[in-house]
Design a protein around this ligand. Structure first.
Ligand SMILES: Nc1nc2c(c(=O)[nH]1)N[C@H]1C(S)=C(S)[C@@H](COP(=O)(O)O)O[C@H]1N2
Ligand SMILES: [Mo]
Length: 240
């Protein structure tokens, strides 16, 4: 695993190691892809969620992406269930808090100074439509490296400006293709599509991909309110 220069400037190596609670030697082993160490520290009673250590050291396998030529520019329908909120990107701050060592509030400038990841994936809505879209943004994984989730963190909550809310298992949230996106098909995302920041991921159904995200909260437990549609009876995991 490589940490880019930007992260090194803002956070000491010691702080990064605290993220995992492992020693420098464990860190080095993990960075070579060895699972020896992670297997030893993982509690055996975790049915759904992997430990933070494993999620950080053993990169999850990306799902195949599509070529740029497969993008369907007009296929992504606007699917908004309440009114569309307006967020001023110049004053906007994303709150990241909860079961983390280092809660943060990040401006769009802060977020856009992190590595920009681009992917072409298929968005699937349960209402019976799909669209191949290119999303660009920051990996939630990279944000997690900054805030350092505590060892007990198992879930991630996403709160939106339109009162939409969602919760994800931490493994899916830290998947390498789970992005907080600010670009769609190579341009800034429109307000209707979730500007300034929305979730985008090839491993979850459309309703898990919250638009207009204002707050990301790591938790140890699933709370009674699990998701806008999930609380109406839709499946919580909603994996693809
Ligand atoms: N905040 C918020 N996020 C949301 C929704 C919403 O109504 N509000 N709709 C969801 C659904 S069902 C889908 S399919 C996608 C649609 O994204 P789009 O409108 O950008 O196509 O957003 C998801 N995220
Ligand atoms: Mo959807």
């Amino acid at each position: 695993m490589q940490f880019d220069k930007h992260l090194y400037r803002r956070f000491s190596r010691r702080q990064l190691l605290q993220f995992t609670g492992l020693s420098g030697i464990g860190f080095a082993l993990g960075s070579c892809g060895t699972s020896l160490y992670a297997d030893k520290v993982r509690p055996i009673f975790e049915p759904l969620n992997q430990s933070i250590e494993e999620l950080i050291f053993k990169a999850q396998t990306p799902v195949p992406e599509y070529p740029i030529s497969a993008i369907e520019p007009n296929a992504l329908l606007i699917n908004t269930f309440d009114s569309t909120p307006v967020i001023d990107p110049n004053t906007f701050k994303l709150i990241i808090n909860g079961a983390v060592n280092n809660p943060m509030q990040l401006s769009m400038n802060d977020i856009q100074s992190l590595p920009l990841i681009s992917m072409v994936i298929r968005h699937i809505c349960v209402e019976g439509w799909a669209a191949i879209v290119q999303w660009g943004g920051v990996r939630l994984y990279d944000l997690a490296k900054l805030v350092q989730p505590k060892a007990g963190a198992r879930y991630v909550y996403f709160e939106s400006a339109d009162n939409y809310y969602e919760s994800w298992d931490i493994a899916s949230a830290l998947h390498p293709q789970t992005l907080l996106a600010y670009q769609k098909n190579g341009q800034g995302i429109s307000i209707d599509n979730g500007a300034p920041l929305r979730l985008a991921s090839p491993i979850k159904l459309g309703y898990k991909q919250s638009k207009w995200i204002t707050r990301v909260t790591f938790t140890n437990e699933l709370l009674p309110r699990r998701g806008y549609w999930v609380d109406e009876g839709y499946e919580w995991f909603a994996g693809l």
